[in-house]
Design a protein around this ligand. Structure first.
Ligand SMILES: [Zn+2]
Length: 385
């Protein structure tokens, strides 16, 4: 069997739906994409391992390895896409459409297309020169829980020296981003007739006190932390959703607030969570058992890679772009837990991701192919003998 051409690979990946969503009506298995990748990388000479994500049905990771031992380079990406806005696409999201200078389709830049680039880059490799292993990681559920990347981090069975995650950064090396936490604060009071407030505990009134404390936390974040790489240099706390009560003539029995917090590198998700708990400790004491604080999803830590890393220097030199910090989250904080210097860098612009008519600008094709070939040569191949 021989490998399909670049456009055929791209077309096949886009035509294989792999939506992940916290909404079960949208959520799909990524098995079909993983099976295709596994077969192509095997054909290209890689040893392939497919693993099921514990506790999830129909979700898989793939690690493909060329060469022996530890170290070397990991090229990583996620196999899932976000759902698409029905009726808002002018093209079929699952049909690769070449039009003008663009390739349209769901996942063209975020980010199934990255695997087509990798397969193209390994075609021309002189396998006899492999000195350090080249590994390809394809993960599940990046767009929802990052379960695939979390599983790879917890297994610790591969130890690359360097990792590149091919998210759409416009081929700018990204070396830093904030983390993300979604937290709920639920006040459980006691409902009753509104004519006598003393007969109940009004959850909205308790929440009012909570909000006052959290406004102070916002200021604490600003005063205490500062990372000038970010446009917003401190961790943030955003009030995103609040709901309480049902009727004007009842004492409100329950009120729930959802916030998000975005830690900066060097500030753990636990530190921010403890700041939250400490801020509410006095109210908790005053109303025992009334306050619950819990994660709406597992926190994603912030991430940064040392600016002196050979990976960043190489990526800057090859791409001609200076490394920068970004506002969105990726799998980098989990991949980094494998002990490797990690950057995010891939074709396409983030502004075109998660949008109707997602596309890859064809001007990225040659620079991306050249970049991947050069990275592999630099970190995996020995000298020509
Ligand atoms: Zn992505």
């Amino acid at each position: 069997m021989s490998l399909p051409g670049f456009i055929e690979t791209y077309r096949d990946l886009i035509a294989t739906p792999s939506i992940s969503s916290t909404d079960t009506a949208w959520d799909q298995s990524n098995q079909a994409v993983i099976t295709k990748l596994a077969s192509w990388f095997e054909t290209a000479g890689f040893a392939v391992e497919v693993s099921a994500i514990p506790g999830l049905v129909g979700k898989y990771n793939m690690v493909a390895t060329l060469g022996e031992g530890e170290g070397g380079l990991l090229l990583a990406g996620h196999t899932d896409t976000v759902p698409f806005d029905e009726g808002q696409w002018s093209k079929d999201p699952f049909k690769l459409t070449e039009e003008g200078d663009r390739l349209y389709g769901l996942g063209t830049i975020d980010m199934k297309g990255f695997f087509a680039f990798i397969l193209e880059a390994v075609k021309d490799l002189d396998l006899s020169r492999i000195d350090k292993p080249l590994r390809i990681l394809a993960t599940a559920d990046e767009e929802t829980t990052m379960a695939g990347a979390r599983d790879i981090a917890s297994r610790q069975h591969i130890k690359p020296d360097y990792a590149v995650i091919g998210e759409p950064t416009g081929l700018v090396p990204v070396f830093m981003h904030k983390g993300h936490m979604s937290e709920a604060i639920r006040i459980t009071g006691r409902s009753g007739h509104s004519s006598d407030p003393s007969k109940g505990l009004n959850a909205i009134e308790v929440m009012h006190k909570v909000l006052a404390e959290l406004l102070k936390v916002q200021q604490v974040f600003k005063d205490k932390y500062n990372n000038p790489h970010f446009e917003v240099p401190s961790p943030t706390l955003n009030f995103g959703h609040i709901h309480g009560g049902d009727s004007p003539n009842r004492i409100c029995g329950c009120c729930e607030l959802h916030i998000d917090m975005r830690p900066i590198p060097g500030v753990s998700t636990n530190e921010l969570f403890m700041t939250l708990k400490t801020a509410l400790a006095e109210i908790d004491k005053a109303y025992p058992g009334a306050i619950d604080i819990f994660h709406l999803h597992e926190p994603i830590p912030a991430y940064s890679c040392s600016e002196s890393s050979a990976l960043i220097q190489t990526a800057e030199q090859l791409s001609g772009n200076k490394a920068e910090a970004v506002n969105y989250c990726t799998e980098a904080p989990f991949i980094q837990q494998l002990g490797c210097d990690t950057i995010v860098m891939g074709p396409g612009h983030i502004g075109q991701a998660h949008q109707p008519d997602e596309y890859l600008d064809l001007s990225f094709v040659k620079p991306t192919s050249d970049l991947l070939s050069s990275l592999i040569k630099r970190f995996c191949l020995g000298p020509i003998t």
